[in-house]
Every structure is written in C-alpha cells, then in structure tokens.
Design a protein around this ligand. Structure first.
Ligand code: G6P
Length: 610
C-alpha cells in the first residue's frame, strides 16, 4: 500500500526521502514521487511510474536541493498506475500533498471544486485534498489551520503529509484511519508510514493516534487530538536495528525469512514458558481471569493470518475445549452477528494495520465482547494499541509480501494461547507439560525440514509450465493446503486452489488430468487412510500427485506419484512443519518463472485500505 515519507531539516533531504521510499518498497506500490522546496522558495517535483530506482534516476538527472520535502509510493486505488496519478499532488504551485488511504466523498468534493474553477490533472481521490487545503490557505491563516479546516470536509481514511511553498518552516501531518509515525531527530523531524523508512535517520518515534493533526518544525512537534486539544504523545525508542530489514546475502527477502524461522519461532517462545507451562501473564495484565471466564473464542483475520486462525480452531476446540469460530475480517465487519456471552475476540495480523482487521476489532469492542486479544508482529501497531490483551510474535521485520515467518510464529502464538486457555479451563497439568516439551523442539524440527530445500528446488521445475495446481489436506492440514495454494498463486501467478480432500468428488475431481499437479499434505495421523483413499481417486484419473508425507507414511513412489518425506515430528507440530515445504515450493517455482518474488504484481504487504 501507499508509503509516505517527509522531512524538515537543516540539511538537504532528497537523499533521505529517496532512501525512505526504498525502505517502504516492501509495502507494494506502482509509482513514486517526491517534492522538495528549494532554498529560493520554488517547488521541485518528480514523479515516475515503476520502481523507486527510476525516481532516483530522475532526481539524479535534475538534482533537488532543499531542506523540506515530501515523498510517496503509490498503490493505485482511484486512477490507473501512471506518473500523472502519482503523488505528491499540487495545487497552483503552492500546496503539496501526499496521501495514504481513500477519500470516500471525493466525487462530491471534485464536482464542487471543478465548479469553483480548480483544474484536475489526475483521476485520484487524493487531488481533492490538495485543492481543499489550497482554498483554505487562500482564505487566510497558516498551513495547520488550513489542513484542520480542509480535513474536516473529508470522509474516509487518510494519512497526510502537506507542505506550503510559501512556508519553508512547517511540515503538517494528519492521521485518520491510516498509520503515520513522526521521527524525532536533532534539529530535524520526519514523517513516515512506518518506522523502517526512518531508521537511517532516527530511532526515536512518536506514533500518532487516530484523528491527530501534527505541525513539525525543525525544532518542535506540536500535536492536536481529534477534539482539537493540544496533546503530548510519548516518544518511544525503537530497538529495531537499521539492517534488520536488509536482505543480506540472500537472493530474496522471502528466502531469508523462510530460513529465519527457527530463530523467529525460538524468539516467540522465549519468556512465554516457565518450566513446562505457558505463562498466561505473557498475554497481558488480567489475562488469567479473562481465560478462566472465556466460554468461546472468535478469531478474525485476513490473508495468511486468516489461515493461521483456521488452524487454531482445531487446536482451541480439541485441546482447550472451547467453541471457536473463524472469519475473514472483511466479511465479519459487515455482518450482523450475535455476540456470545463471555467470548474472547482474537485478531491476528502481521502488520497490525490491516484496515479490515482493525475495523473488526473496533466493532467487537463496541458490540460487547468480554475481552479482545491481538496476536501481532508489530509492537507499535494500531491493533496492539487498541486491544485489551496482546501477544507479540517476535518474528522480526517481514519484508517479502508473501508471509512466511509471520505465519509460523502466529501458529506458535496460537499454540501458546490454546495451552493457556486450556489450563484455565480443563486441560490437566501433565498434558500441558507434555505439549510444552514438544513445542520446545520446534526450532530444531524446522531446521531439519529446511534441509529439504535442494530437493524442493528440483521438484519446482515440474511446476513451472503448469497453469493450475490443486492442494489437498484434511483436518488442520486443510488450512495448510490453503496456505500452500496462496503462496504459490501470489508469487508464481499459477492458479492454485485448496480443497479439503474429502470434497474432491464434489467438483474438483472433474479438473483432474495429467496436466493438473495435485499437492497433498499427508502427515501420519488419524486421517491418513481417509486422505490416501482420496489420493487414489486422483491417481485413477491420471492426476500427477506430489505428496508431502511423514517419514513413516506407507506410500511408495511410482508412476504419477512423487513422495517428499519430512523429518519425524509430533502431530501437534505438523501444521507448522508441513508449512515449510509449501513455502519453499512456491518460492522456487516463482524464482524459476522469474517473477518479482518479494513484490509480486498488484499486491501489497500492509493493506491499510479496505
Ligand atoms: C496482505 C499481505 C499478506 C497478509 C495479509 C494480512 O495481503 O500481502 O501477506 O497475510 O495482508 O495482513 P496482516 O498484516 O493483517 O497479517
């Protein structure tokens, strides 16, 4: 999604802004732009379609001097990806705006502004903001007042960075529905969509709250809340190292993040287990009481996080003994629902900024859930700040759009939740202890399964020229099949679907022929025989089977059947272990196909619009 960077400093800012944009590339975008106010008071602007590197080339050809500027990466919503639609947008060479979010009443505002004589040069919803601010500036008052009055006419979501060519000493920022952070330097201040953009210049941040308006000078930051009251927001120091979001020697971030999983999982477990028991207080103050009172659990998430929630339903019902429902946030938020008594509402999100998940949380808080819990990877995110209880996943920054380590650490967090909930209900101490002992072996087990990398890279060649792939699983492996299909389609662009294996004969069997690879997830559990029968149905129709199986699954390689053996593990860990080869398969197929693995077309990492 769109990324914003802005700076007001005593030194030239163009290189800082371009580096900030480069660090926001992972969010997903299609065009980029920058505007700098030069020492003579003239505005210089450059906008390009495509990568930030192209924008950097344009700036190198026509250097931009100046100590105040804003920059942006755009992910198209209104208006095609094109230089003319890229931000910053300008009004009459005076006022400039970068925007993340969607202005819902842009059509009405545009009509009125056209009637008032404004000329539009883009199809974006954003352009109405810059004209509205210009009109307020022209009516008198300074930039902050103009932005305050203009934003009062907007409906929808926005994070804004605004500058006025007649005022070289102020940068104004506003946040309503889209994240924005202020970077605090010495004699300089910055704004950005997330902290990664600013790590080369500062580690001190102010996280704006919903409805905040901020005025930045080189020496000061002044903030007003949604009621117009002057407020002080805390300055927090980020512990993320500047190179945490670097690729190192890996060819892609995704591969780096796949191989980071043993460490990420160990970090998620760290401090959450005492002896052989999960520490319920890890979820926050009051968690033990909430877990005791809980009579059911509702899990809500999007994308890969939703798949983690689907796995957790099996665990929460079978281990903790509580009824559990799971729903995608974009559906949940627009549905009338019955709030069960003493239900725990759980959101899962890597970023903690996914617009639909955040809206679902806010709805849940209004509608009377007993408590809300966020399982999230970003400590400063909106989801974390707005939930009663929190468990951070400690995966470290995830840059590849296709989620990998964030997913497996979510599963670990969900296992911890299951055990803490279970103990507060009826799970006996010995069973919990046995499961914790198994959980502690997970990092080593993941290391062992990563050794399959070369084997899977070779297997990937078979998939490169395929148009479609079917993924099958049963029980808690069905969501893992879904995750395998999602990974493959999002980065290799091969159409992939997942089915619970028992559903094969209700439709998908009609698709089976020798051109349709079928990937099956087959741990040696109580459903294995059922799954094998389903796989026979595929074989009998000439389908090509690729079975990821436990070491001891009785199944032999023969014509049309390829078996990839996984190291021995325990049933409890199977969903996590079997995820790893799915990630590797998608990765290697995408590399062979030559797609943009880390930034697949049309997709965004942080989905801050609904
Ligand atoms: C996007 C990302 C996915 C992610 C999903 C949910 O689609 O590309 O990787 O799973 O959003 O994001 P969240 O941050 O809420 O987990």
């Amino acid at each position: 999604m769109c990324g914003i960077v802005g700076a007001i400093a005593q030194r030239p800012v163009s290189a800082i802004l371009l580096e900030g944009l480069r660090r926001l590339e992972y969010r997903g975008y299609d065009s980029a732009g920058i505007a700098i106010l030069d020492p003579a008071g003239a505005l210089n602007r450059a906008r390009t379609l495509g990568k930030v590197a192209r924008l950097a080339e344009a700036v190198a050809e026509t250097p931009m001097a100046g100590t105040l500027g804003i920059a942006h990466t755009r992910w198209a919503t209104h208006g095609e990806p094109a230089a003319r639609n890229a931000h910053p947008h300008v009004c009459r060479d005076r006022c400039l705006v970068v925007h993340n979010g969607i202005i819902e009443n842009h059509e009405v505002l545009r009509r009125d502004q056209l009637a008032a004589g404004h000329r539009f040069t883009s199809e974006t919803d954003t352009e109405v903001i810059v004209h509205a601010i210009y009109d307020e500036l022209a009516a008198g008052g300074d930039l902050i007042d103009a932005v305050r009055r203009a934003t009062a006419t907007l409906r929808g979501a926005y994070a804004l960075g605004v500058i006025d060519a007649k005022d070289p000493d102020h940068l104004v920022a506003a946040r309503q529905g889209s994240p924005l952070v202020i970077g605090v330097g010495f004699g300089e201040h910055f704004i950005a969509s997330d902290v990664f953009a600013l790590l080369p210049v500062t580690h001190r941040f102010i996280f704006l709250e919903e409805g905040d308006l901020a005025e930045l000078t080189r020496d000061e930051v002044r903030i007003w809340d949604r009621d117009g009251q002057r407020v002080t927001r805390p300055v927090t120091t980020s512990t993320i190292s500047i190179d945490a979001a670097e690729r190192g020697d890996y060819r892609h971030f995704m591969l780096k993040e796949i191989f980071e999983q043993p460490r990420a999982v160990a970090d998620t477990l760290e401090g959450r287990i005492a002896g052989a028991h999960v520490v319920p207080e890890s979820f926050g103050y009051g968690a033990p009481e909430v877990f005791q009172r809980a009579r059911s659990v509702v899990l809500v998430a999007c994308g890969t996080s939703y798949h983690a929630a689907l796995v957790a339903r099996y665990w929460i019902e079978s281990i903790a003994g509580l009824p559990c429902t799971v729903e995608v946030a974009s559906e949940y938020r627009y549905r009338k629902h019955v709030v069960p008594t003493d239900a725990l509402f759980v959101t899962l999100s890597q970023s903690g900024e996914t617009a639909d998940t955040l809206a679902a949380l806010r709805l849940a808080k209004e509608s009377g859930f007993a408590a809300t819990l966020a399982i999230c990877n970003v400590p400063e995110s909106s989801l974390v700040r707005e939930s009663d209880l929190v468990l951070l996943t400690h995966a470290g920054p995830e840059i590849g759009v296709a989620s990998t380590k964030a997913f497996t650490t979510q599963l670990v967090a969900l296992l911890l939740l299951t055990l803490a909930l279970g103990r507060a209900q009826s799970l006996d101490e010995a069973t919990e202890a046995a499961m914790v002992t198994i959980l502690r072996t997970l990092p080593t087990k993941i290391e062992a399964v990563l050794e399959l990398d070369a084997r899977i890279a070779a297997l990937a060649e078979t998939f490169v020229d395929k148009q479609h792939t079917l993924f099958l699983g049963r029980g808690e492996q069905y969501p893992i099949a879904m995750e395998g299909a999602l990974k493959l389609k999002e980065i290799s662009y091969i159409h992939a679907e997942a089915y619970p294996a028992g559903e094969l004969k209700h439709g998908p069997l009609a698709l089976i022929d020798d051109q349709m690879p079928v990937v099956a997830v087959a741990p040696n559990n109580s459903l294995l025989e059922k799954l094998k029968s389903n796989l026979e149905e595929v074989r009998a129709r000439g389908g090509q089977l690729y079975v990821f199986a436990d070491r001891d699954v009785p199944m032999s390689e023969e014509d049309g059947v390829t078996v990839i053996r996984l190291p021995e593990t325990d049933d409890l860990l199977d969903p996590i272990i079997f995820t790893i080869p799915m990630q590797l398969l998608a990765y290697h197929v995408a590399v062979l196909k030559g797609t943009d693995v880390d930034q697949p077309r049309n997709l965004a990492k942080s989905v801050t619009v609904e």
